[in-house]
Design a binder for this molecule. Structure first.
Ligand SMILES: [Zn+2]
Length: 424
């Protein structure tokens, strides 16, 4: 049956305007609500029988809530509450998302209306719709849902509140609070849903980890070097690593203590690191087995920074390229390989000269490749310790190096470390 037919059927059953139910139906389907459930929900909204046997919600423990339940009533503890704005039928709508828990389990919720509850509250949620999201049940609180204070505190083994260390953040987390130091922060202009928008993009750290951050509604309190408490942030995955997202609903408050950075990055085998799918901050040790093409003295597009080949940018066509230095080196430790990318400064260090020196050498030889060759001679066949950000995607496994140092490890230490690794 087509959407139109469903709307027709609903309109005639309920004796209402077809255009009205069709619009409701469309918006529910847009949020992946199954069509039968969407129709049942519209019937309920219009005072009709939902046509479903589970129309009278039963009180349930969270462990027993299943996607097959039409709607349920549950007495729960509010663990977290996050705020987000979504575009809904061309208009911005504010929704709240988070987690409820009881003694038996935990469940995510989305509230489409404003309800009076905060993390820590014990409440009875009446007539919440259950839907399936990524294989798990989730509660939807809408116009037909009631929320009332519970008579007793709901005991739960789950942590109340959104406070977390950076290392514990996971994609999909909502309503989180973190205390961090801003390590880097840059202004960026993006082509957002409302045209060109200014955002802030950077890196934050606490004692446990470093993670990328985006502030979609630039907060003046967020500045490089500042130690701040961020409340009501959400986490999503960007190139395999969790990213902290600050929005218009988040609060940023300066702390009167200095948050310290993690001194070391977790050290991993190359194969193990690649298997994680991406790590924002990791240390790898391996041999440089090859310096790839596109290393040495290169040209970048002045508009987008992409590497220019034969005067052509992939996005901007014919451009006047700007000189730069870069190394793409393959690092191998026997368990796997990654391409380590060195920026201008790190490349200058391994080359032993700056861009002007490289241009001069290339001019003298009448060949740019001499710069890459000089770098090859210095690093191929040697062992390096690299700390940086690893992304694993359709471009392969790439490690953006922050530090790149010849490994000064004592071979005896290394041997015992390897043996320990084997025994693990
Ligand atoms: Zn370009």
């Amino acid at each position: 049956m087509q959407l139109d037919d469903h709307a027709e059927e609903l309109a005639s059953d309920l004796g209402v305007d077809k255009a009205e139910v069709k619009a409701d139906l469309e918006s529910l389907l847009e949020y992946n609500v199954p069509v039968e459930e969407a129709k049942a929900s519209i019937r309920r909204n219009h005072g009709g029988d939902s046509g479903s046997s589970s129309s009278a919600p039963t009180a349930k423990s969270l462990a027993d809530v299943s996607p097959d339940d039409g709607s349920v009533t549950a007495t729960v503890r509010v663990l977290t509450k996050g705020t987000r704005s979504i575009r809904y039928q061309g208009e911005d709508q504010v929704i709240r998302e988070g987690e409820f828990a009881d003694e038996t389990g935990i469940i995510s919720y989305t509230a489409w209306e404003e309800f009076d509850f905060e993390p820590g509250d014990s409440v009875t949620v009446g007539n919440a719709n259950v839907r399936e999201w990524e294989g798990r049940p989730e509660l939807n609180l809408g116009t037909n849902t009631t929320v009332a204070a519970a008579t007793e505190t709901v005991e739960t083994p789950y942590e109340v509140g959104g406070d977390r260390d950076l290392i514990d953040l996971e994609p999909g987390d909502r309503g989180r609070a973190v205390e961090v130091r801003v390590q880097e922060l840059d202004d960026r202009t993006i082509d957002g849903r409302d045209g060109e928008t200014e955002i802030l993009s950077g890196v934050v750290a606490d004692e446990t980890a470093r993670l990328p951050l985006t502030d979609w509604d630039p907060h003046p309190e967020l500045e490089a070097g500042a130690s701040v408490r961020l409340e009501d942030v959400y986490v999503r995955e960007y190139r395999g690593v969790p990213q902290v997202n600050v929005t218009e609903f988040s609060t940023v408050r300066p702390l009167d203590r200095e948050v310290s950075d993690p001194e070391t990055a977790p050290r991993m085998r190359v194969g193990e690191a690649v298997d994680t799918g991406g790590l924002f901050d990791v240390e790898l040790v391996g041999n440089v087995i090859e310096v790839r093409d596109g290393s040495g003295l290169i040209e970048r597009c002045p508009d987008c920074g992409r590497v220019v080949q034969n005067g052509q940018c992939r996005a901007h066509g014919d451009v006047d390229g700007e000189d730069d230095l870069r190394v793409k080196a393959i690092l191998d430790d026997g368990t796997g390989t990654v391409t380590t990318v060195l920026d201008t400064d790190l490349t200058s260090e391994v080359y032993g000269g700056d861009i002007e020196d490289a241009k001069e050498e290339a001019r003298d030889a009448m060949d740019k490749e001499v710069v890459a060759d000089a770098i090859r001679e210095r690093i191929v066949g040697r062992e390096f310790r690299v700390r940086g950000s690893l992304s694993v995607d359709e471009y392969g496994a790439n490690l953006d190096a922050e530090t790149f140092e010849e490994s000064g490890d004592d071979p005896a230490d290394r041997a015992s470390e390897l043996l320990a690794g084997v025994a693990r």
